[in-house]
Design a protein around this ligand. Sequence first.
Ligand SMILES: [Zn+2]
Length: 302
Amino acid sequence: MSARTVLGARLTALCLLAWGAVASAQAPVPAPPVVVTTTLLAGNVYAVDGQGGRISALVGPDGIFLVDAQFPAVTEKIVAALRQLSTSPIKLVVNSHVHGDHTGGNENFAKLGATIMAQPNLRLRLVKPSPGANGQVPPPAPAAALPTLIFDKPFTLMMNGETVQIVPLTPSHTDGDTAVKFVSADVLATGDVFRSVGYPNIDRSNGGTLKGLLESMDTFLSLAGPNTKVSPGHGDITNRAALQAHKDVIITVRDRVAKMKSQGMTVEQIVATKPTADFDAKVGNAAASADRFVQQVFADLR
Ligand SMILES: [Zn+2]
């Protein structure tokens, strides 16, 4: 090898090294591809997990009924997963609340022929969105994404041999929350009013309230029996005992925050006392949700 070739080879090696260093520093880590899974809960009711809030699906010859729609980018995968369970058309989608990881797929499902159903406030918030956590106002949802079947009282669907109770909730996580009880299968879909991991998110900019959150927990407890499978918007499938424990945590934290607030402490001082600390390990995801919850409780207390 000539001196020139050796130098050339060294330069190439250096360039490759440098390129490698830049590439590892700058190249975005590609997100793993979304995998959509279906899990039988009971009867003809399945949990559908992909990206965003969990979908609960009732399948059968009368058509497919979905609680929530996840993001638009995963619709195709959701449909493919549902096709493994049933060849029936997707007829109905009820939105548990307005957040994009639950309503983003509305437009796609509507174009596939589904009727989108929701509380009136949810429709209003899709037309005129509230500012997000970053302060920016998202664009209005396209017309096809808007619910066309609007309800403000509980009603019942009879479908695929199942009795489906659609239960609009008082403003809790948002002011357009809805729960769904599959009576025969004994499955309760709670949306994000109840998550089985992390503290509640009272989204006050979308009309959520602490008082309503606690009322909705009571509604869930009245809808759930000892064997009910509880299908939360996020987190593992769980049961009535977890609902009760979650409600107890909310009340205890509320009372702690209220006491400190009445003593004149600021929200920063109260957050610094870590009023959730003894629950954090059990509740889970505390780093992302505990301080936010304390701040929301503080803001909501009068
Ligand atoms: Zn949500």
